[in-house]
Write a protein that binds this ligand. Structure first.
Ligand code: MLT
Length: 391
């Protein structure tokens, strides 16, 4: 058997798969006791009108293959979304419906970079950017986010770049919850233009606003030069609890880049399921869904408060919980993987080790709001019993 060399550079299993495997190793009784604040998978169910619409479509309409680019009605709804949300003109032609942001983020690397090209990756970040680059054989250049630079790391040293192909950014940021300043994004766009590179802007959390606080999210197409170098990746997963449906979109305004992506998508897969696309259309257009999501965000806001208060009492410095479902916090010691393991073993709480998001995540843990209030309170009281100092 011959295996793609890219596999060899994945020296650890996929972060969330490793956590799932650990869970599977416990008995059912042990699992019932465990409180998972690990993977970002909403526990509040998909709004009923979305589910009804998907079921109705299944009952009444037979669909053969979807189109590679996605249904026109959904792409038109996404153009309207851009207009209303960001005051940006995007035509349906520039929108590509996908089967989940994770797949899109991985595949974009295959189209817009070559082995050996430099790929700049925000650190810490969603591990898929790194895994795609390793698989491709890119030269990864991490730019390290810290509390001090508010997770807007300095631009890379340009002497280290060898044919810069891609810059992966994510704001509001997973895992840190950080926002970006306009001049920071502009400097990234200028860098990409200078090197004829593209920016993959992951906006999976643009519409996830616990407590319905005013969101600081933006679209890369609001910035001068954004049309030329921007590739925006968005997801229905978190705001609409649609992680199980696998539905996302990619927006590309650069016509040449859009042509390449379209061609790749048509050759590579047959498009997102029509049924999920119909559900996504309902998500964007139904007033009833809008009010359910508003209510859900109020719930997430109350949960975020519990985590904030708990982390304050524990004396940890934390970020996030305003524009993302995550709390990101520094714990004593630097071996976050070992600390997370001990927390699970001793008090039965799953937290994601920061190192899984990149070298700059070392010494941090991430917690989600995706548990009911009583479970979050219980998780905090268990963490208070845990001896962080000697972990
Ligand atoms: C997370 O950061 O929890 C991700 O959204 C999980 C994933 O998509 O693999």
């Amino acid at each position: 058997m011959k295996i793609n060399n890219g596999f060899n550079s994945w020296n650890t299993p996929y972060l969330f798969q490793a956590m799932e495997d650990t869970m599977a190793s416990f008995t059912e009784e042990q699992r019932a006791r465990i409180i998972s604040l690990g993977i970002g998978d909403p526990d509040i169910e998909t709004p009923a009108p979305i589910r009804r619409r998907i079921m109705q479509e299944h009952r009444e309409v037979y669909h053969g293959y979807p189109t590679a680019q996605g249904r026109l009605d959904l792409r038109e709804a996404i153009s309207k979304y851009y207009q209303n949300r960001f005051n940006v003109q995007v035509s349906a032609r520039e929108v590509f419906v996908g089967s989940g942001a994770k797949t899109d983020l991985f595949d974009l690397n295959a189209v817009f970079s070559r082995p050996g090209d430099s790929v700049v990756i925000l650190d810490p970040a969603y591990p898929v950017y790194r895994d795609a680059a390793l698989y491709r054989g890119n030269k990864i250049v991490y730019i390290s986010g810290t509390l001090a630079n508010r997770y807007q790391p300095e631009l890379p040293d340009e002497t280290q770049l060898h044919d810069l192909a891609l810059i992966y950014l994510c704001y509001p940021n997973n895992p840190t919850g950080a926002d970006a300043d306009a001049d920071y994004i502009q400097s990234m766009i200028d860098l990409a233009r200078k090197h004829k590179a593209m920016i993959v802007m992951d906006i999976a959390y643009a519409d996830f606003v616990p407590g319905n606080t005013p969101s600081s999210a933006f679209s890369i197409f609001q910035f001068p030069g954004g049309d030329e170098v921007g590739i925006e990746v968005a997801s229905f997963s978190k705001p609409f609890s649609m992680t199980g449906d696998r539905i996302s979109w990619v927006t590309i305004k650069n016509p040449e880049a859009a042509r390449f992506w379209h061609r790749y998508r048509a050759n590579r897969d047959s498009g997102a399921s029509n049924y999920d696309q119909v559900g996504a259309l309902e998500a964007l257009t139904s007033p009833e869904v809008k009010s359910i999501v508003h209510e859900n965000f109020n719930t997430y806001g109350r949960r975020a408060r519990i985590l904030k208060d708990g982390l304050d009492t524990l004396g940890f410095q934390w970020t996030g919980l305003t524009n993302t479902p995550y709390a990101w916090f520094k714990v004593p010691g630097s071996d976050d993987i070992e600390t997370a393991r001990k927390i699970l073993e001793e008090v039965g709480v799953i937290l994601t080790p920061g190192s899984g998001f990149g070298p700059a995540g070392r010494g941090f843990l991430r917690a989600t709001v995706f548990q009911p209030e009583s479970r979050l309170e219980e998780a905090i009281s268990r963490l208070k019993r845990f001896d962080f100092e000697s972990a």
